[in-house]
Design a protein around this ligand. Sequence first.
Ligand code: A3P
Length: 302
Amino acid sequence: SSLPTEEDWVGSNHLHLFQGFWIISTCMAGVLAFQKYFQARDTDIILATTPKAGTTWLKAILFSLLNRVHYPDLLKHPLLTSNPHVLVPFLETDLYIENQVPDLTSFVYPRLFSTHLSYNSLPTSAKASNCKIVYLCRNPKDTFVSLWHFTNKLKLRGTNSLEEAFDKFCRGVSLYGPYWDHVLSFWKESIENPQNILFLKYEKMKEQPTYELRKVAEFLGCPFTPEEEAKGVVNDILSLCSFDNLSTLEVNKSGKLSSGHPNEAFFRLGKVGDYTNYLTAEMVEKLDRITEEKFRETQLKF
Ligand code: A3P
């Protein structure tokens, strides 16, 4: 069902089917270099996501969580002056795309990186190491709507009508898609290897942010101390990283990333269920049916 059609290849950013997933052709060099040269350390932390799952949000949260002792003064926090994607770069499209063997010495322990690659496509060294992977996904309907806005805004592949993009998404032809295969790759691994892979959902983070943040902190081996709890550090991090805060910061309202994407493109609405404003009843039914079929063997529900 993922075979390319003529129009999947049209535009300046062709999608390339690589190891079962659709990757922008111009990113392939970075993907290959990352796979070949990345040397994982046991202490590394990798945030893995499907595009539009809330990567920007979780980058901000993980950065704040791991660096909380360095930045007790929230008024001087790096997130006030740097976009989360600058603080936590993508391995394949930021670090390894600029240089086949990038200099990672500026990344202090614990090194925090991110990726959109599926579990199977991660470098052997990452899979063989004891590094921790935090995986975030989001219900396919909101993921699709968010991705549609994003790709149109950036004109990644010309402008797609909602119907065209929906058809492709359902066929698995989307950025780092098929969406379901991506989610399943990490889901399976998180069941087999819960010490190293934590599986998160955007909706649960929205619903129970403090619970989820404490869970992430435990998983990464840096639980909040009673003193921190008493001081309200959990809520401080969540407020700092909230959509309302990050999206109104000057740094995120203007400027561009090295990839050329405007910073503001990563902050649209930040809500659960916006798909109801875009998808017809038939579309919802179709996507639900595909999701149910693909996830039948799992306990996965959105
Ligand atoms: P919407 O387009 O539905 O608004 P990613 O970071 O993986 O590219 O995902 C982007 C999505 O996450 C967008 O969803 C964006 O608005 C939302 N988002 C960005 N920052 C957020 C935050 N701090 N809290 C919640 N959602 C956020």
